[in-house]
Ligand binder design. Sequence first.
Ligand code: NAP
Length: 278
Amino acid sequence: MKILDGKKIKQEILDELKEEVSKLKNKPHLVVIQVGNNEASNVYIKQKAKMCEYIGYDYTHLKFPEDITEECLLSKIDELNKDKSVTGILVQMPVPDHIDTSKVQNAVSEYKDVDGLSDINAGKLFHNKDALFSCTPYGVMELLRRYNIKLEGMNAVVVGRSNLVGKPMGTMLTNAGATVTICHSKTKDLKKHTLKADLLVVTVGKPKLVTKDMVRKGAIVIDVGISRLAEGLCGDVDFENVKEKAKYITPVPGGVGPMTVAMLAKNVLKAYYLQKGE
Ligand code: NAP
């Protein structure tokens, strides 16, 4: 068994970006919008600020009160879309219930959408065109690429069909030549599917959902799930037991999580070049 070390690869990526950014005259600028004061969001936003500081991106955190109107938020996004000093705009999710998440995601210019969640960027991915891609599945692809894992012809099984991870993951793997099965809560006999996986990606949010008996010997297992339990962070895969069977496996923490931050960093620079027409 070999660990796919997301923490190490993240550091490599950040160092590459830092080097590239040091040569730029104008620094890329990431704006993070937060609505309310969600505890988990505060943690994620701090990670983004730290990433920007490390690479040398300009960074602005705009924090709005919980009761901001949707109209006001959309008009702020519009202002940032037009602002030439802003490279990337990220609206930290979740937003309060009175705000339409999809409207907000689609209000961000496709060229500044560093989260890759707008319908336009998701559509480009669907059509196998280059775009700003959703950071977590993009991070999984980059992790596999950096460990020289060839996907063509593989049987890949993705458990979870969220717009954020599961669906774009399935599309990226299909585009890379894998044969993809996507499972979800309505799937009958999950184990029957997971046992066929050469590559198993789990993005559900249920601690230790995937047990040893559900994994084929020699499979590559990618655990996207993060649950906060009393004993600490826990993934969707029963890591201690599954690791004996897997050829490669990601730990939680230290696997996919760091890769998500790294790919956000990559998207900011990609957005910078896109806006320059390069
Ligand atoms: P989500 O939107 O909550 O979707 C969960 C998916 O799991 C749904 O498609 C659901 O099916 C499916 N599901 C639920 N129970 C299932 C079961 N028993 N068997 C099979 N499928 C089942 O999730 P998400 O946004 O993809 O996030 C999933 C997890 O990843 C969470 O723990 C989240 O915190 C974590 N996450 C981590 C990162 C990172 O950077 N590491 C990034 C994003 C998310 P239905 O569609 O039928 O309801």
